[in-house]
Design a protein around this ligand. Structure first.
Ligand code: GUN
Length: 309
């Protein structure tokens, strides 16, 4: 596995000084976007329409609005076509299903994303199942998740795909390693487990969740911990052994009157507790969140390429 010169140097210094290693993800995401920009320019030069992404947002959840805005900004920066459909909280499931059927048929749409969570009266599984697998750039549909489990070619969910890219960038190998995932969501935990146990990736995977009685029993034996529980402070340094890597997927808004926005972002891991430990850890913000957006762009490009063939 390749590791950049800069990150190799940081790793060596951290090991010598026995201090925490920050696995910043912005540079990794920027490099992915730059590469995609070049590929897109070439793709369009070859006579193809620019890749296009349709994003559906229901309701006014502040975090979802932020994510969708970041996805739109990334698509526009890459020269992708971008269609956004925004609905009030009380929109009917039928209206969303009929929009998806319409987007499935449209020739000028390569990728479809419905931002989750949806309001309680709309079935997420019915909506996701309605998305054509060829346009399911989130990789959440049963066809894509089935293909992922079977080790077949598919759209890989963006957050786990981004995590693999970060591990690779920092030279954190997975073969023969013990990986513990905290959280069993369809968005992160389950697809992450499927990827890590694949042939060629070769980690030994444990998935922990809210009903796991003693989390430390699992995490203290782990080489790689992926924490995607959605709760700040799910783990701190007492859960992690020397030399381990922690990938923090949590993005929690903590009320903070001293900030202009009225909140600060915190991951699921207590980042500052790791300061004097020989542990590698992704920060929040500046961590996995930026990778999710970059990987969505990568999947959208892939969808456009497949449809152009
Ligand atoms: N909500 C939180 N993460 C995601 C994601 O990766 N995709 C979608 N569609 N919704 C989300």
């Amino acid at each position: 596995m390749m590791c950049s010169k800069g990150s190799l140097m940081t790793m060596v210094i951290s090991i010598i000084l026995c201090i925490m290693r920050r696995l910043g993800c912005k540079a990794v995401a920027d490099a992915t976007i730059e590469e995609l920009k070049n590929k897109t320019e070439l793709f369009v030069k070859e006579g193809n329409r620019a890749p296009s992404l349709a994003v559906v947002l229901v309701g006014h959840d502040a975090a979802s609005e932020t994510y969708v805005r970041k996805k739109a900004e990334a698509a526009e920066a890459l020269g992708f076509l971008h269609f956004q459909y925004t609905f009030d909280e009380d929109v009917s499931e039928d209206r969303i299903l009929s929009l998806i059927r319409d987007l499935n048929e449209r020739d000028d749409v390569d990728g479809i994303l419905v931002q989750l969570p949806l309001p309680g009266h709309i079935s997420e599984s019915r909506v996701i199942e309605a998305i054509s697998p060829e346009k399911d750039v989130d990789g959440f549909s049963p066809v894509n998740s089935g293909r992922l489990l079977a080790g077949e070619d598919c759209f890989v969910p963006c957050t786990p795909k981004g995590i693999m890219k970060v591990l690779e960038h920092y030279g954190i190998g997975t073969a023969g390693k013990k990986a513990v995932i905290i959280g069993r969501s369809n968005i992160v935990g389950k697809p992450m487990a499927a990827i890590l146990m694949q042939r060629g990736v070769d980690a030994t995977v444990t998935v922990c969740h809210t009903k796991t009685p003693d989390l430390r029993e699992y995490t203290l034996g782990a080489d790689i911990i992926i924490v995607a529980a959605g709760h700040p402070g799910t783990i701190d340094e007492s859960y992690v052994s020397e030399g381990a890597a922690v990938i923090d997927v949590g993005v929690n808004r903590i009320p903070d009157a001293s900030r202009e926005k009225g909140f600060r972002l915190s991951g699921d891991a207590d980042y500052s507790s790791f300061r004097d430990r020989d542990v590698s850890i992704t920060p929040v913000p500046g961590g996995i969140g930026v990778m999710t957006v970059a990987m969505l762009m990568s999947n959208t490009f892939e969808a456009a390429q497949r449809r152009a063939r």
